[in-house]
Design a binder for this molecule. Structure first.
Ligand code: FAD
Length: 411
């Protein structure tokens, strides 16, 4: 493969993974083309928690300064019993967390994160972002990967030494290459629904929220079969609510609808103050949580899946976007460190990356078990949390939030 072609990177998808990958590869001197199916980059969903392992990378790539003015640095993560509204545990964040993990724990509106990344990408001379371009075909050739995208019914061609599938949980790249790479998998409905709403801090819902939880924290309200996470966004002018229940599969997409009776049913037995907040905070949108587990994320011919396209996970550890950001940065870093043909490094990257993703998946499963516990298990959980000092709860997260990208020294 000639040098210029091998340095050309094509990215499918301009979500958090794709935009971060564009910045990370451009940082190392690659020419990058990003193909995004949406004609306008609109942020779907509402809020997002960005733990220090993610903000550390955003800071290095220069995107954090743009996000900081609208993001909030919460003082703590507070776990509460949704029935009694009693505080069960408090993990300190704020300045204590920033000093501990070397970067801030932030909460933000997704639109603000998307805008910060997009502004940075569009200013970069080595990155071409094409919106309204849906990837419809991928051909793996000995010399390069050829990608076809549809733009207004017209075919657009792009080619490079590396194709990065950053096109989310319902990845087209994964699907288009499934015949050629049988180890690529499929998304699966997890049996859970994520319910989302935002409300102005000054609204009736905002006042109902203030009666339950502190406005400067991330609050998780725990109940058997249900939990809700709440935190401020948009400089504190609004707050974001995300609730999680079991539920039937609904149409794919971030802003779907499900029967509100499911949410009300899952909340049976919670505090009336919480029920009032949920009633005032609508309209609620619902998202069917899908996961992706697959034997491989890369093809040695020059294709790498990152973010949700590779390993979409349940949101119980609030790490899907953070892992997408880590994927993007580690992949670009490894390709730069090893030099030469980027295709040769994909297996190494995947092997290095898998143990961390698997550990995060285990953490998410543990959170799910603990947060939805009932009866004796919930009592035991509450006892453990009550006796564990805040400093120890923070130390439990060092492996995750204090992570820093390591260089891999070639043997
Ligand atoms: C309720 C909920 C709460 C969450 N909270 C958190 C949290 O607090 N912290 C956290 O870290 N993570 C969180 N996550 C997870 C996080 O949202 C995802 O992991 C993250 O958005 C994945 O980013 P991505 O770029 O891989 O995929 P996406 O954001 O889905 O982006 C994929 C992009 O590819 C584009 N695309 C798709 N197909 C094509 C095609 N054929 N051609 C071109 N473009 C295409 C799409 O339009 C989209 O722009 C949460 C998830 C849920 C459901």
């Amino acid at each position: 493969m000639n040098e210029a072609r091998s340095r050309q990177v094509v990215i499918a998808g301009a979500g958090i993974a794709g935009l971060t990958a564009a910045l990370a590869f451009a940082e190392h001197g690659h020419a990058v083309t990003v193909l995004e199916q949406a004609s306008q980059l609109e942020a779907v969903g509402a809020g997002i928690q960005l733990s220090p392992n993610a903000t550390h990378i955003l800071s290095r790539l220069g995107a954090l300064d743009r996000l900081r003015p609208s993001a909030i640095r919460p003082e703590a993560v507070v776990l509460m019993d949704a029935a009694t509204l009693r505080e069960l545990a408090r993990v300190p964040l704020g300045q204590t967390g920033e000093d501990r993990w070397g970067a801030p724990y932030l909460v933000a509106h997704r639109a603000d994160l998307q805008a910060a990344l997009t502004a940075h990408v569009t200013e970069h001379p080595e990155i071409q972002l094409v919106t309204g371009a849906r990837v419809t075909d991928v051909t793996v050739q000995p010399q390069n990967i050829a990608v076809t995208a549809e733009t207004d019914g017209v075919g657009l061609k792009a080619a490079g030494g590396l194709l990065i599938g950053a096109d989310g949980v319902w990845s087209s790249v994964r699907r288009l290459l499934a015949d050629r790479e049988p180890a690529f998998g499929k998304e699966r409905f997890s049996g859970e629904l994520a319910w989302r709403a935002t409300a102005a801090a000054t609204s009736a819902a905002g006042q109902a929220f203030a009666a339950i939880a502190a406005g400067d924290c991330v609050t998780a309200l725990l109940h058997p079969g249900f939990h809700m996470v709440a935190y401020p966004v948009s400089e504190g002018s609004a707050f974001n609510l995300a609730a999680f229940t079991r539920g039937e599969r609904i149409a794919e997409g971030w802003s779907g609808h499900a029967d509100p009776a499911i949410l009300a049913g899952a909340m049976r037995g919670t505090s009336p103050a919480l029920a009032r907040l949920v009633a005032l905070a609508g309209p609620w949108t619902a998202f069917p949580i899908h996961t992706v587990e697959q034997a491989r994320w890369t093809m040695p011919d020059g294709v790498a899946l990152i973010g949700d396209a590779a390993h979409a996970m349940t949101p119980f550890a609030a790490q899907g976007a953070a892992m997408a950001i880590e994927d993007a940065s580690t992949l670009a870093g490894l390709v730069a460190e090893f030099g030469g043909d980027p295709r040769q490094n994909l297996t190494t990257w995947e092997n290095l990356r898998r143990p961390r993703i698997e550990k995060v998946l285990r953490r998410g499963a543990l959170n799910r078990l603990a947060w939805h516990a009932w009866g004796p298990v919930a009592i035991a959980r509450n006892l453990v949390l009550a006796t564990r000092p805040a400093e120890k709860l923070a130390a439990d997260m060092d492996w995750l939030y204090g992570w820093e990208q390591q260089k891999v020294v070639r043997r």
